[in-house]
Design a protein around this ligand. Structure first.
Ligand code: GLY
Length: 355
């Protein structure tokens, strides 16, 4: 648990370290600076072709088309999300426009792209060549499930596992959909997102998320990342949270809301993490690929983090510099990561917390 109370940026997964580093100089004293910093962090991840769960580089839907989701939040009266963008690369930029220029809190699909056009946001090619190749591989296998879901080993491969920095995997949390990657059959993939929590010197907090969602998802599928209370939540004077992992589970328990509500009711940061992960456990019927990571910050800038299973890492940038942290709590430390046979490019530079 962090005890510092100075300006700070926190991000989900190790790939967000470069993103929050890029955003750090923007974290000045105004609300505008705070939002700019969040946008810059998410844009950085959106633009990185090595990050296979966000923006350019993210894996497409079953139709081979990208669709991007994201959101931004200052308070329960100042937030917005956007989902299903097919022509604009930076969902958080669009979400901020929705938050500031409309009375609404969520736009979707083609109308959201048109909204971005009307506000002068340039459209872009969203799919990276490697992501397109991964989709073609999946399509050529008949579009069937990319793992043998009848086995736990197969399902474990769907779980996002952070390889840490300095590995050949770069920002890849998932295997790229190449049959040669695993001895166990068609290559597995999973999904995730960048969530960023920011707090400036004045103590103002804000959160944002950006994602390409579940690889090869049913077109139109939306996860937790554009929805306040699910992928992110901010309650001024109380705290904020961002969640990452299996969007359907995060949405099912309103994970970020649960975390902040625990703080509001007088719980500690650790209580907030524990309560959120326990809610996941209590859902029952969980499968080996399910994962939820959570970062919770109180209004003084202290924070705690957790992963339902091993494999989640957190990036921090504050006055002391940038670094990666293991979660404070892993609810199921006994759960294995992906089978060793499937770890090409995924050797962990940071071992799981407790196994
Ligand atoms: N957590 C990102 C998603 O499920 O879309």
């Amino acid at each position: 648990m962090n005890t510092a109370a100075s300006p700070i940026l926190l991000g989900t997964w190790s790939f967000s370290l470069a993103a929050i580093e890029a955003a750090w100089p923007l974290l000045g004293g105004s609300k505008d600076d705070l939002l700019e910093a969040l946008q810059a962090a998410c844009r950085h991840a959106d633009l990185d072709p090595e990050v296979d769960s966000v923006g350019f580089g993210g894996l497409p839907d079953a139709s081979g088309r990208m669709s991007l989701d994201g959101g931004i939040m200052l308070s329960p009266l100042q937030f917005a999300g956007v989902c299903g963008l097919r022509r604009h690369l930076h969902p958080v930029d669009v979400a901020r426009l929705i938050m500031e220029r409309t009375e609404h809190t969520l736009l979707c699909g083609e109308d959201a792209d048109d909204f971005a056009d009307r506000h002068g946001i340039p459209s872009a090619d969203l799919i990276a060549p490697e992501a397109e190749a991964a989709w073609k591989g999946w399509r050529d296998r008949g579009g069937r499930d990319v793992v043998d879901q009848s086995t736990d080993a197969g399902l474990r491969n769907l779980r996002p596992v952070d390889p840490g920095l300095g590995t050949s995997a770069g920002g890849r949390l998932f295997r790229p959909g190449d049959d040669s990657e695993t001895k166990e059959g068609p290559a597995p993939v999973g999904h995730d997102t960048i969530g960023v929590l920011a707090r400036d010197a004045a103590g103002t907090m804000a959160a944002a998320c950006s994602t390409s969602g579940l690889p090869f998802k049913v077109p139109g599928r939306i996860g937790d990342s554009p929805i306040a209370g699910h992928g992110f939540f901010v309650e001024p004077g109380v705290g904020q949270a961002t969640a990452t992992g299996t969007g359907e589970l995060i949405s099912g328990i309103s994970a970020s809301m649960v975390a902040v509500e625990t703080l509001r009711r007088g719980g500690s940061l650790r209580d907030a993490v524990q309560e959120t992960l326990q809610r996941v456990e209590d859902l029952g019927d969980l499968r080996p690929h399910h994962q939820v990571g959570i970062i919770v910050m109180d209004h003084e800038g202290r924070f705690a983090t957790g992963g339902f299973r091993p494999g989640f890492l957190i990036a921090v940038r504050d006055a002391e510099g940038g670094r990666l942290l293991e979660p404070d709590l892993v609810l199921r430390p006994q759960d294995d990561g992906p089978p060793e046979s499937a770890t090409d490019g995924f050797a962990k530079s940071v071992p799981p917390p407790s196994d």
